[in-house]
Design a protein around this ligand. Sequence first.
Ligand SMILES: *[C@@H]1O[C@H](CO)[C@@H](O)[C@H](O)[C@H]1NC(C)=O
Ligand SMILES: *[C@@H]1O[C@H](CO)[C@@H](O)[C@H](O)[C@H]1NC(C)=O
Ligand SMILES: *[C@@H]1O[C@H](CO)[C@@H](O)[C@H](O)[C@H]1NC(C)=O
Ligand SMILES: *[C@@H]1O[C@H](CO)[C@@H](O)[C@H](O)[C@H]1NC(C)=O
Ligand SMILES: *[C@@H]1O[C@H](CO)[C@@H](O)[C@H](O)[C@H]1NC(C)=O
Length: 177
Amino acid sequence: MWNTLKVVGILTIILTWRLSDSVVYKLTNVKCESLNMSWVTINECRLKALSRNKTVFNFNATFHHPTNDILMDYRFLKRASGYKPWLYRRKIDGCRFLRKPYDALTIMIYIAYKDVSNINHTCPLFGDILIRGMYLTTSFKSIPYPTGDYMLQINWMFYRKIQFVTNVSYQFVENLL
Ligand SMILES: *[C@@H]1O[C@H](CO)[C@@H](O)[C@H](O)[C@H]1NC(C)=O
Ligand SMILES: *[C@@H]1O[C@H](CO)[C@@H](O)[C@H](O)[C@H]1NC(C)=O
Ligand SMILES: *[C@@H]1O[C@H](CO)[C@@H](O)[C@H](O)[C@H]1NC(C)=O
Ligand SMILES: *[C@@H]1O[C@H](CO)[C@@H](O)[C@H](O)[C@H]1NC(C)=O
Ligand SMILES: *[C@@H]1O[C@H](CO)[C@@H](O)[C@H](O)[C@H]1NC(C)=O
């Protein structure tokens, strides 16, 4: 059962990003936390409602030292009275990715934020890391995908040690028209 869900989860996450029509994505919550303030401080990690159907994500963190080794350890979770074990888990070499994007799902995440972020160059990453006004567009084409609350949880590791965490939750609603 859970394996089936995992497969469905992976496929739908990948496919809906491209294919959907009349579905609604809405960012519902963001939580960020630094686990090593001497390297990373989170200055802003907030959702802002611009209108009823558009909520944007603003993120601003300072990397106090340059890093040339970033591992994004991320999980997709689906909420059902508490977040269930992840649907999908992946570890991505961030610096390699920035040199040459790989991994389809990560590329989609990248597409969602690249135009509104300054993380658009190769490592080292240093200084203020910004995402301004990112939102999930509401008019993709759709294949069946369970309506629900999802969370993308990323543990950001530098040199194999976890430095900060970002939890981004969103809601996906099929349009019943
Ligand atoms: C992020 O989500 C994980 C998994 O649900 C949770 O264990 C962790 O406490 C969350 N972190 C923050 C900062 O909310
Ligand atoms: C915390 O950050 C400092 C740099 O400011 C680094 O030297 C240290 O190794 C980091 N600690 C961990 C546990 O990663
Ligand atoms: C938001 O809703 C308004 C009317 O309710 C609509 O005109 C607009 O196109 C919607 N925007 C998006 C991004 O879906
Ligand atoms: C990001 O946060 C830093 C530290 O608080 C601040 O100096 C800088 O102006 C902020 N950048 C943006 C674009 O908000
Ligand atoms: C990265 O993004 C910044 C801010 O959006 C932009 O000014 C800069 O030209 C971009 N750099 C590259 C290499 O795309």
